[in-house]
Design a protein around this ligand. Structure first.
Ligand SMILES: [Zn+2]
Length: 216
């Protein structure tokens, strides 16, 4: 029998399914960040996806105490936003049914995938993106990599390699889009791996990716 992984909320101390909890992660530099994927490398702590547990946890600095790290003021906002969006989704059966394939949502606005791809195109024009094998060597060389993307259709070996580098170097790794879409945004053929070498671009990109993953 397969067990559903259970984790304890730092606030109410109840054990729940991971899906009912928000994960926060301790980054190598001692900062605490929200981990919407639940898969980011580093020590994690969990809090229920409800306002009561979150407020209580923030007030008593339970997250910081359990991870022995520093959470900035924005983290409360980001977690609240996440919880807010999830309850919105539950209240609106029409949304959240998208396949991620369409370029616009039903309001005619660009889909979050399209937004991220455009942003990647921008970062690429600014010379802050390396792709393919160059992305991997950039992380081991003197170039600094702040964020990795592996396409959802990347080969297993590629994903394993990136996961290891990501854990070793504390570089966040996201799974996003397809090789062909990533490649075409960079004016290249298929690209299963992308590395972003600018901190500001990475920060914004991570926000967009987190949002995208949550709304999938
Ligand atoms: Zn709780």
């Amino acid at each position: 029998m397969k067990k559903i992984p259970q984790r304890m909320c730092v606030s109410c101390r109840e054990r729940k399914n991971k899906s009912e909890l928000v994960r926060v992660v301790l980054l190598p530099d001692g900062r605490i960040e929200v981990d919407p994927t639940g898969k980011m490398a580093g020590r994690g702590a969990y809090v229920c996806k409800n306002k009561e547990c979150l407020d209580a946890a923030i007030k008593a600095h339970r997250i910081e105490k359990s991870l022995n790290g520093k959470a900035d003021d924005m983290i409360t906002e980001r977690i609240s936003e996440m919880i807010g969006r999830e309850s919105e989704r539950i209240g609106d059966p029409e949304s959240g049914s998208g396949t991620g394939e369409e370029k616009t949502n039903r309001n005619g606005k660009p889909s979050s995938e399209e937004k991220i791809l455009s942003f990647l195109g921008l970062a690429n024009k600014a010379g802050q993106v390396v792709s393919g094998a160059d992305a991997v060597s950039a992380a081991s060389g003197k170039n600094t990599v702040f964020l990795f993307i592996a396409s959802e259709d990347a080969a297993q070996g590629t994903v394993r390699l990136l996961t290891r580098i990501s854990a070793d170097k504390g570089i966040p790794l996201y799974r996003f889009s397809t090789k062909s879409r990533l490649g075409s945004k960079l004016g290249k053929r298929d690209r299963a791996v992308i590395a972003v070498t600018d901190k500001n671009f990475s920060t914004r990109l991570a926000e967009l990716l987190n949002e995208h993953i949550l709304n999938k």
